[in-house]
Design a protein around this ligand. Structure first.
Ligand code: ZN
Length: 216
């Protein structure tokens, strides 16, 4: 086992393959603005993990610096960054997809606002641990996946992103997906470790998607 580093259209990418090449898993950070500065160190760490299953693709930072276009908007998927992201998803057809973002402290209230679904049409994030937020991905992007795929956004607090404790919590969640092959095993592990938070995130997911898709 080991990782190989590749560059595709200027994007640094790690590919790890253990035994079977299924399922494919895609971990991507730095999808807009300068968030890659905060997500790359975590994903670089993930690329050096020694235990994994399937075909793992890790992109520490999709863009170095780009215009900040929110991923909830159609416009994002027409931007260079958004098109690269769509191409990666089409190419690897991941069954597990993790998108890492980074947010500023004042955005916490907005991201976790219970009224978020009324205000902007998408559910709020759930605080998994001291500002590490989880939720599903942008609905526009979720449609590119199947009902059974597992798609999660993790929002990392920028002002704490160098704290070992925070890095470790994010890695803990990512490692669960890295080492499992079955979505139910991942859900079980998450529920065991974070019962209340996962219960809430699943509730919000079902409220939004009804029973059409499986969380997340
Ligand atoms: Zn973001």
């Amino acid at each position: 086992m080991g990782f190989e580093e590749q560059h595709e259209s200027g994007v640094k990418l790690y590919r790890l393959v253990a035994g079977e090449t299924r399922p494919a898993k895609l971990f991507v950070g730095g999808v807009h603005g300068t968030e890659g500065l905060y997500t790359a160190p975590i994903l670089e760490h993930l690329a050096r993990e020694e235990v994994y299953q399937g075909e793992v693709i890790i992109i520490p930072s999709l863009v170095e610096t780009s215009e900040y276009i929110g991923v909830l908007s159609e416009e994002y998927y027409q931007s260079d960054a958004g098109m690269k992201l769509l191409q990666l998803i089409l190419r690897y057809k991941p069954r597990f997809y993790f998108e890492l973002h980074a947010y500023e402290e004042p955005a916490y209230a907005r991201l976790t606002d219970p009224e978020r679904v009324k205000k902007i049409g998408v559910p709020h994030f759930v605080d998994l641990y001291k500002g590490v937020l989880i939720g599903s991905i942008a609905p526009i992007l979720r449609r590119k996946f199947t009902a059974n795929d597992f798609c999660m956004t993790i929002e990392v607090p920028k002002w704490k992103c160098a704290h070992p404790e925070i890095i470790e919590k994010v890695l803990e969640v990512l490692r669960i997906a890295l080492t499992k092959t079955d979505r139910e095993e991942v859900m079980h592990e998450l529920r065991t470790r974070y019962p209340e938070q996962i219960k809430m995130a699943v509730y919000l997911f079902h409220q939004y998607y009804r029973e059409h898709l499986k969380p997340f």
